[in-house]
Design a protein around this ligand. Sequence first.
Ligand SMILES: N[C@@H](CCC(=O)N[C@@H](CS)C(=O)NCC(=O)O)C(=O)O
Length: 422
Amino acid sequence: MSSTCSCTSLLSSSPLTIPLSKKTPITKSPRIPRLSITKRTITMSLNQNPKSNSNSISISNLVTSISKLLWGQALPPQLLISTVRTAWSTAWQLMMSQLAPSDPSGSYTRPASQFRNTTTSSSNISRQNLHLYVGLACPWAHRTLIVRAIKGLEDSIPVSVASPGIDGAWEFRDSPVLDQDKIVPTLDKAQGCRNLKQVYNLRRGGYNGRSTVPMLWDVNSKDVVCNESYDIIEFFNSGLNGIAGNPGLDLAPPSLRKRIDEWNQIIYPNVNNGVYRCGFAQSQEAYDIAVNELFSTLDLIDGHLGGSRYLCGDELTLADVCLFTTLIRFDLVYNVMFKCTKKKLIEYPNLYGYLRDIYQIPKVAATCNFVAIMDGYYKFLFPLNPGNIRPIMPSDCEHDELSRPHSRESLAMTGKDVQMYV
Ligand SMILES: N[C@@H](CCC(=O)N[C@@H](CS)C(=O)NCC(=O)O)C(=O)O
């Protein structure tokens, strides 16, 4: 039943005599009726859709009904618009300053991870008792799932998959759907906690910081080994070859390390974090800078990939993994929700072919749970999408489209230095 229908029933049973605002010029302040909404009208409104058991829908229907009683179908008067606008932008600024801290110019400033660099260097980590915590929407956590999969570490490093909670924090819920082909949300398989904050708090001395994913956990000592994605993927790549199913694969061979670093230094600020700098910008100037840097970097990479299968030649490296997890979310989320609108990824022929090339590497597709990614952003990043409506999936992001031939095998290694492109 539509809200218009329910409004009609509310109106028809209303004890009020309301001046219909269709007859009320909106330039004039409306005459506020003496409002005496009876218990019966409220009950009717809450019950107006008997099939719906959602309180939030009922409440919003009630609000709609009341506002229609007051103002009819006409636009709310200017006072209402300006009041709600001021209240909403104040609340938005407040929420954004908590969720996405910015510098004085309004540019998003990502907080640094607290547990860094403890992995490869540390010899006292028990490699037998590591556990990985991830969330499927998160591009940083996605990096670790990909390297874990292609290095053959699935049996050695169990994973718990957190879901975003209504308060924005990570919590553990079993997946409502069983999908054999994708990694899906799980309960906490290591500690049995209800949410990620509880796991972090199991550390001796507790923890006051952000409870982020990815997080590598030492089950024996109950401590965080690392919560910085790049450190974790370096560790998975080279620090666990004794227990990896695919120890021969090196995603950061010494001969390519310099070039990997050069690409990372371009891609991290402008693309990986660049999309967040667009989406979380709190001023027009900050957004303009971020979006121009993002698209000029995508143009540059697209040009490079016209002559090189991967970023550093014909071998997949850690730099490609880091780029991939942003690209796979681009048309799905960032283009729409983070206002990265200049172009869609599908408009970049080389980048889109490159995306399909990596997607088709065995085990990579299973790490890309598109429903979880879309829900994670559109349904839980409340300040950027208060209506929580998830848009339809763009067709270029469907599994079948991403599985189409990419013909990139034939691209020879160019051997060009990154500096040539900057
Ligand atoms: N620099 C970190 C960033 C991790 C991060 O920001 N993760 C987000 C999800 S995309 C998170 O867990 N946020 C929860 C919070 O801030 O409370 C990394 O690369 O691992």
